[in-house]
Design a protein around this ligand. Structure first.
Ligand code: NAI
Ligand code: MG
Length: 368
């Protein structure tokens, strides 16, 4: 019998360990109830690792991450580490993971839970039922291109960054987007600025070529990124998967995320190339940080981290049914009116704690 896949858990700092404790309950529930079971390993990252080892990520933890079937991370950072030298700051641990695992495709879903539709800044009918996925290229583009710097030209300074994409960098993120679309609604919209940027022209050509050669079953469209920004605000439900470069993806994914409300609800995944077993290298984490303002008080919303685990089920382990079941359990507890503090106004009654929310989600799983 093949052994269980390994899941490396890196809780990190602040509310990271608090929300991860709730994910553990979900993992244990699946394990005990015929769902997928995992060999769960745990290690330190960020400030927690710095406190124990003087580095935000040890070589041993890095090695474990490389060998794991998927990594699930809480959050890193906090005021206790703000004065540290740049080289050992908590964020460096996360950056090292992303870089050494070569996680070039960043997946940011924007999903509207019916019970929270009125929480959006947009009208209910615009966001109700929304389920879109932005795939942002994460390891190249203008944040990394050379030349870069601030140089002197005559009497003034000039700031320089370079947008540079190779064909293979575009091709691999395009493939990630098409593969995702096959597990979703079968549609990809690629966004660039081919009207004013050569890198955008190449982007459009390569995405189209990959589509025509390998993914004709997926519906592909192209849109200029500025028009895309308007469409995301005006009619986001027209999209299934959006694939775009690092810079546009940074902005568009933040904009799309806010269509559905709280930071405490937002999961993410970062994927790399397939490993020998066919699974992509993968790191799953909530979008939010370590929330030092509420850490240690049982106030954190564990849903972003729980939904990150649901993404792991779907995109690393081909357990889409269980992922949907977990998302439905989240939907159910929200429909029942359970709210952590971030999901309510000051007049809205009593919030539930982090662990009450986790327990309710497990109970909803069991009842389904
Ligand atoms: P943050 O995301 O930690 O918090 C922003 C606000 O949202 C805070 O008011 C916080 O209480 C609230 N919030 C965040 N997650 C929540 C949750 N699950 N439930 C309820 N409320 C939640 O961002 P901030 O304050 O800018 O950064 C705090 C620390 O986290 C810093 O050290 C920063 O560097 C680090 N950080 C780490 C990230 C990561 O690990 N991926 C990402 C962003 C920030
Ligand atoms: Mg951003």
């Amino acid at each position: 019998m093949p052994s269980d896949p390994t899941l490396l858990i890196l809780p990190g700092d602040g509310i990271g360990p608090e929300v991860m404790a709730e994910v553990r309950k979900v993992i244990e529930w699946f394990g005990a109830n015929g769902g997928p079971s995992f060999t769960v390993e745990e290690d330190l990252v960020g400030g927690a690792s710095y406190d124990a080892h003087g580095t935000p990520l040890t070589d041993a933890a890095m090695e474990r991450a490389q060998n794991a079937d998927a990594v699930l991370l809480g959050a890193v950072g906090g005021p206790a580490y703000d004065a540290l030298d740049f080289s050992v700051k908590p964020e460096r641990g996360l950056l090292r993971l992303r870089k050494e695992m070569d996680l070039f495709a960043n997946l940011r879903p924007a999903q509207c839970f019916e019970a929270l539709a009125d929480f959006s800044s947009l009208k209910r009918e615009v966001v109700s039922g929304l389920d879109l996925m932005i795939v942002r290229e994460l390891t190249s583009g203008i944040y990394f291109g050379e030349p870069r710097g601030i140089v002197r030209e005559g009497n003034e300074r000039v700031g320089i960054n370079t947008q540079r994409y190779t064909e293979s960098e575009i091709a691999r993120v395009a493939r990630s987007a098409f593969e995702l679309a096959r597990k979703r609604d079968g549609r990809v919209c690629s966004m660039e600025k081919a009207n004013v940027m050569e890198s955008g022209i190449l982007w459009r050509e390569v995405v189209q070529e990959i589509h025509d050669a390998e993914y004709q079953d997926v519906e592909l469209s192209h849109m200029y990124a500025d028009a895309g920004a308007m469409q995301i605000c005006r009619n986001p439900k027209q999209f299934d998967v959006i694939v775009t470069d690092n810079l546009f993806g940074d902005i568009l994914s933040d904009a799309a995320a806010m269509l559905t409300g709280s930071l405490g609800m937002l999961p993410s995944a970062s994927l790399g190339v397939p490993m020998e077993n066919g699974r992509p290298k993968a790191l799953y984490e909530p979008v939010h940080g370590s929330a030092p303002d509420i850490a240690g008080q049982g106030k954190a919303n564990p849903i972003a981290c729980i939904l990150s685990f649901a993404m792991a089920l779907r995109y690393s382990f081909d357990r889409g049914d269980e992922a949907t079941r977990l998302e439905s359990a989240v939907e159910k507890v929200l429909a029942d009116g359970l709210r952590t503090a971030d999901l309510m106004g000051p007049e809205d009654g009593t919030p539930v704690s982090t662990s009450q929310m986790g327990d309710a989600i497990v109970a909803a799983l069991a009842a389904a």
